[in-house]
Ligand binder design. Structure first.
Ligand code: IMP
Length: 223
């Protein structure tokens, strides 16, 4: 079965492919470029991660005429009533490449939290992942993965004068600020394999592949 992975974020593609390749040998996984899909990104205007994941999977499935997997993910901080949530990618309102947008978002997050004590900085990454078929041939599959942690305090950053740069250089987005109490490091200090084993995206990918395997066993006729 050929499956399109619809994301333009190279970090997300790597994370999803690493988990999928470790588990699935019968799937041919294609990126947008491999499938020759060159269309504008859809507007993610749904109020929750699940709605946006379904919107993206359906949109790209129609354009590629292939079953398509897409995710929508972000960070929820309890002390900020769940913000940045669905607007995680554009929290600071800055435009440009990831090297500009990510530090701006992280700076805003650290400013918003100010001197909130460590035990009130609880947060989680959430990943909704959807698989949709072209022509709505089948009901889409929708799953959700989570990853619990907290946001570092300014004094935990490598450079306390630039707390938004946090700790670690792996991963992307808010990873340098996402503290894992039991590991004593941020998710940007984990290797890609370590992050995939416990992350929201790893969790969602494993759940989705399991649901897909179940679907393929029970579907009336394989495509
Ligand atoms: P999306 O592309 O609309 O799903 O936006 C996801 C945004 O949430 C990213 O741009 C990051 O800011 C944040 N995010 C999601 N997953 C992660 C992760 O694994 N690490 C760090 N930031 C993440």
């Amino acid at each position: 079965m050929r499956l399109l992975i619809a994301t333009s974020n190279p970090h997300k593609i790597e994370e999803i492919l690493a988990v999928a390749r470790g588990q699935e040998t019968e799937l041919e996984l294609l990126g947008l470029k491999d499938a020759g899909v060159d269309v504008p990104e859809p507007v993610e205007d749904k109020p929750d991660f699940a709605g946006n994941a379904l919107l993206k999977a359906t949109y790209y499935a129609e354009h590629a005429k292939l079953p398509c997997l897409a995710d929508d993910s972000g960070l929820e901080v309890d002390a900020l009533k769940g913000a940045p949530g669905v607007i995680s990618a554009r929290y600071a309102g800055t435009t440009g490449g990831r090297d500009i947008v990510d530090p701006a978002n992280n700076q805003k997050l650290m400013q918003e939290l100010g001197d909130t004590p460590a035990d009130q900085r609880r947060a989680r990454f959430v990943c909704a992942m959807a698989l949709a078929w072209p022509g709505k041939q089948h009901e889409p599959i929708l799953v959700r993965g989570t990853f619990e942690g907290r946001i570092i305090t300014p004094d935990q950053a490598d450079d306390p004068k630039q707390p938004h740069l946090g700790r670690g250089t792996n991963g992307f987005g808010y990873d340098p600020l996402f503290w894992l109490e039991d590991r004593g490091c941020t998710s940007a200090e984990l290797s890609p394999g370590e992050k995939n084993a416990i992350s929201h995206r790893g969790d969602a990918t494993r759940k989705l592949l399991l649901a897909l395997r179940h679907w393929r066993v029970h579907e009336p006729a394989s495509p």
